[in-house]
Design a protein around this ligand. Structure first.
Ligand SMILES: Nc1ncnc2c1ncn2[C@@H]1O[C@H](COP(=O)(O)OP(=O)(O)OP(=O)(O)O)[C@@H](O)[C@H]1O
Ligand SMILES: [Mg+2]
Length: 253
């Protein structure tokens, strides 16, 4: 079999050429990075969990009419996606203060925000993904005012969906990051949710205990990351309830 073409290798995923034009295969690696890749580790099983969780969230979004790049899962680590032109912004939605917002503005982590707050970060590793304003986004041509209106609407719908899904399993959605891409259908351009939605790109706190079930476990050395992601997957019914991440062979009937 001919070796497939690698299009891009990032910190957490690899993109390969897809079977049809306009498609890509997204491969989820076990690599975890934080602080602009200063901290790096390989966390066994993370890629498998993120592939399943991103499938779960994107499928749900597609079902309620929020367009995403997700087409279908191929195997444990790979999914078929629509190829998009990524808008070079990390779109962050915050419901509760945490992370860089708490640090920058001196707001205690865990403070409920009066309403969801959307932030844009310019995707540029060399610059450390700096926070930018709508003015920057428009002036530098990363997106138009119309695009921004659509991006905000998409981000808020994703927020409502994810908040509800997580609340139902006893988890509070503190904040998350999405990436948005452009696809063309004839002369029409549409914006869709791309990249991934997983505990790598969300902050998820257990409602009762406040326990962190997201990448902060890795960033802040709070315990076993795979255990945290497995817990999220299990609560969402993405994994059967008796599964651990031990890799013993299992008979499937
Ligand atoms: N549907 C898509 N079509 C094209 N590119 C995509 C799509 N979904 C995600 N991407 C891009 O694929 C890459 C995924 O790899 P990964 O998340 O590992 O990158 P990264 O190391 O975070 O780097 P980057 O700074 O480029 O995001 C990202 O660059 C992301 O923007
Ligand atoms: Mg990325």
């Amino acid at each position: 079999m001919a070796r497939r073409k690698k299009i891009y290798e990032g910190k957490a995923k690899i993109l390969y050429e897809g079977p049809e034009p306009g498609t890509l295969v997204q491969y989820f690696k076990d690599d975890a990075t934080a602080f602009n890749a200063e901290k790096h580790d390989v966390i066994e099983g993370k890629g498998v969990l993120n592939n399943r969780l991103s499938e779960f969230f994107m499928t749900g979004l597609n079902t309620i009419g929020v367009p995403t790049h997700f087409i279908k899962r191929i195997n444990m680590r790979e999914q078929l996606i629509r190829s998009v032109e990524i808008i070079p912004l990390e779109v962050v939605v915050r419901n509760v203060a945490a992370g860089s917002m708490s640090k920058r503005l001196g707001i205690e982590e865990g403070t409920q925000l009066p309403r969801p707050i959307i932030e844009f970060y310019y995707k540029d590793d060399a610059l450390g993904d700096p926070l930018v304003t709508e003015e920057h986004v428009i002036a530098f041509g990363w997106a138009s005012q119309q695009d921004l209106d659509d991006i905000v609407a998409l981000a808020l719908r994703v927020n409502d969906f994810l908040s509800g899904v997580m609340l139902a399993v006893g988890i509070k959605l503190i904040d998350f990051k999405i990436e948005i891409g452009r696809i063309w259908e004839g002369d029409f351009m549409r914006l869709i949710v791309a990249d991934e939605i997983s505990p790598d790109s969300c902050r998820l706190w257990d409602i009762k205990t406040g326990q962190k079930l997201d990448k902060d476990v890795f960033r802040r050395d709070l315990g076993n990351l795979t255990d945290a992601y497995t817990e999220v997957a299990r609560r969402l019914g993405v994994l059967p309830s008796n599964v651990t991440h031990a890799t013993k062979p299992t008979l499937i009937n």
